[in-house]
Structure formats: C-alpha cells, structure tokens
Design a protein. Structure first.
Length: 255
C-alpha cells in the first residue's frame, strides 16, 4: 500500500487552519498544521513532509524564513507560498529560491485541491524517473563489471542478486551459451527452484531468451503476451508471471 502524502499548512490564523482541515478531510492525504514557523520546523523534523503551504506574513518567523528553514530540514519538500495581493513580489522571490508556486489568499478550495494534485503527480513522476535511473545504473554497472573481470564465477551471483534487488523482482536468471551445443543454460538463479535451474536449457533462437540472444535486443514482456506474439508462438508459457525483462549481457564484445 502506498503511503499517503504528508501536507503541512502554516498560518498564524488558527481559524484558517481549521478551514483547510475541514475542506481536505476527505482527500487521500495526511494533514498537519502549525500556527507559526517554529512549530512548522518541529513538524518537519518529526515527519517526512511532501508539501507545505506557508502564509507569507506571520509574526516571529515570516513565510520566507520558514520556507528557508523547511528546505534546510528537507530539501525535497515542495513549498507553496500563500500571499495577499500586496505581497506578490515577495512570493515571486520565494519561487526564485525554489518554491513550487504561490497562491492568493483567501484560497479557492478547488484551486487548492488542484495544486495539491499537480504537485503529487509531479513528485510521483520524479520518483518513478529516479527509480528507473537507479535500475538502469545497476544493470549498466553489472555489465561493466562482468566485461572487465576475470573472476566471473565469484562475481556472477553477487551481480545477479544486486539486479534482482534493485528491480524488485521475485526471480532472476543469468543464462550463458554452451557453444558446443548452441544452448543457453542457467549459470545463476535467484528465487528459483534448484531443480528447474539444473534442467532448464534453451536452444539458440528458441523461446524468448533464445530470441533475445539471437537479436541482441532487450525485451519487456507484460502479462502473458507471449501467447499473442507471433515471434513466441512456440515459447513456454508462464501465466503466473506478471512481467519480465530480458537483457542481453555483453562480455568482451560477445553476447
């Protein structure tokens, strides 16, 4: 289950804070409130906040100072400044320093909800991109090690385990080509029965792994779509598999 976004509202008017809480109580978010900048910073130290809406004009720590301190505590937080029409220039200055946006007070609830939705979508896209970059970096690093080491047997298991972990996969196979018989065999298996590992052999050009070897192309399979793909009509079907990725490894310019 995904964690709900943590959203903080900072305003010295507690009636306004209560209004935000009532207006958003049915949204899929965790709501936190603070009536001054110091309490906002304490909340940021206690919870991993995703978004903060900060009133620009507050006694004690003003909105800009609060924004700066929240960013110091959590550089990943997205901040929206709340401003009266006479202080727009200050809000724009905050955006130059990294604030996501500013909204005029009094807030329109629909505009508030739309802003929250847009920020959450932006953060999810950013998270997914970072995750994919980490996955690709791990695979690239694994192939680099494989292509540069002479101690292949000792490293293969560690590398396969790293790839399975980073990809959040249930199973993983590293298959090598037995050139004497032109068959792929399983060198390393993670999360797979040892008997299957010993018995599994794939002819060059056959099944999905054989096709990837022949074509030297990575392949993403989702669902059991081998059944509808003319390239894999005779491939072994695995209806229990939701998705799978096949990547050809190059070792010293050989697949």
């Amino acid at each position: 289950m995904e964690l709900l976004p943590n959203i903080l509202f900072v305003d010295d008017d507690t009636d306004i804070l209560e209004l935000y809480h009532i207006a958003l109580q049915n949204e899929a978010i965790n709501i936190y409130t603070a009536s001054n900048g110091f309490d906002a910073c304490k909340t940021a130290e206690e919870y991993k906040l995703d978004i903060a809406f900060i009133d620009l004009m507050m006694p004690g720590l003003n909105g800009i100072e609060t924004f700066t301190r929240l960013k110091d505590i959590n550089p990943d937080i997205d901040v929206v400044m709340l401003t009266a029409y006479g202080s727009v220039e200050t809000a724009v200055e905050a955006m130059k320093k990294g604030a996501y946006d500013y909204l005029h007070k009094p807030l329109e609830i629909d505009r508030l909800k739309t802003t929250i939705k847009n920020i959450i979508q932006k953060r999810q896209l950013s998270f997914n991109l970072d995750k994919k970059i980490a996955e690709l970096s791990a695979i690239h690093e694994a192939t680099r090690i494989l292509s540069s080491t002479t101690d292949f047997d000792d490293l293969a298991s560690v590398i396969m385990g790293t790839i399975v972990r980073v990809m959040h996969a249930d199973e993983g196979l590293l298959m090598l080509l037995d050139e004497a018989v032109d068959e792929l065999y399983v060198k390393i298996g993670k999360g797979i029965n040892e008997e299957i590992i010993r018995q599994r052999r794939t002819k060059m050009g056959e099944d999905v792994a054989g096709w990837v070897l022949n074509n030297n192309e990575p392949l993403l399979m989702t669902g059991n779509n081998t059944a509808d793909d003319p390239r894999f009509i005779n491939a072994v079907k695995h209806p229990e598999v939701i998705s799978s990725i096949y990547v050809p490894f190059q070792v010293r310019d050989k697949v």
